[in-house]
Design a protein around this ligand. Sequence first.
Ligand SMILES: Nc1ncnc2c1ncn2[C@@H]1O[C@H](COP(=O)(O)OP(=O)(O)OP(=O)(O)O)[C@@H](O)[C@H]1O
Ligand SMILES: [Mg+2]
Length: 230
Amino acid sequence: MLTVSDLNQYYGQSHILRDVALNIPPGRCVCVMGRNGVGKTTLLRCLMGLSPIRSGRVTFAGRDITKAKPETRAALGIGYVPQGRQIFPVLTVEENLKLPLPWRRGGGQKIPDLIYELFPVLKDMARRRGGDLSGGQQQQLAMARALVLNPTTLLLDEPTEGIQPNVTRDIINVVKRLVAEGLTVVEVEQKTTVAQKVGDLYVIIDRGQVVSEGKMGDLDDETIRSLLSV
Ligand SMILES: Nc1ncnc2c1ncn2[C@@H]1O[C@H](COP(=O)(O)OP(=O)(O)OP(=O)(O)O)[C@@H](O)[C@H]1O
Ligand SMILES: [Mg+2]
């Protein structure tokens, strides 16, 4: 279980996240939704320990990780795929995937078979440079690289942003399969149609505050219209 309570975050004088509380149950996919600039990425960065928080508490698997460094959180099982992917463009696909192996939870010398099973396109492209892949393939590489670390919880920041429909479908299916197999996922998702396919629960952020949350099946048209439509 990943929990957040009373979280406040600032960039300089700007109060970005306000008294945010979250309970992410294990083995579920929670979609963090909200319009541009409301603080979704900042929230994931705070969960990963990449942005310092002013106040609040973050716990993971019963431990207080509020002050833990990103690498400590990764070692405990939190994986992170940032918005915009950030793979290594001059390294090959295979090199991108081998790089995290020394830090894999539970150890391991080779890229797990599961990675290429989930993302067959990466096997075909193993010797190609990351930067030469399409946007959709780079997104799959970024997710695969996070999974090499064997996380129990995966933070995904808009994995289908700017991705064509067939790859979006593949990514949704991968997330659903991983969640069915026990992974916990926190997915920032601006596309309501994608969130409704992938999420068990939703949390809507508006101007740094949680303004609505619940079961994805209960997300109604009025809430979508007032809080999500652009
Ligand atoms: N490094 C930074 N320094 C100062 N302000 C920042 C920084 N990063 C983000 N912000 C501001 O914080 C607010 C929240 O940004 P954030 O990236 O978390 O939003 P978001 O919900 O992820 O938006 P998007 O949907 O466009 O990805 C925005 O007003 C943004 O301009
Ligand atoms: Mg963002």
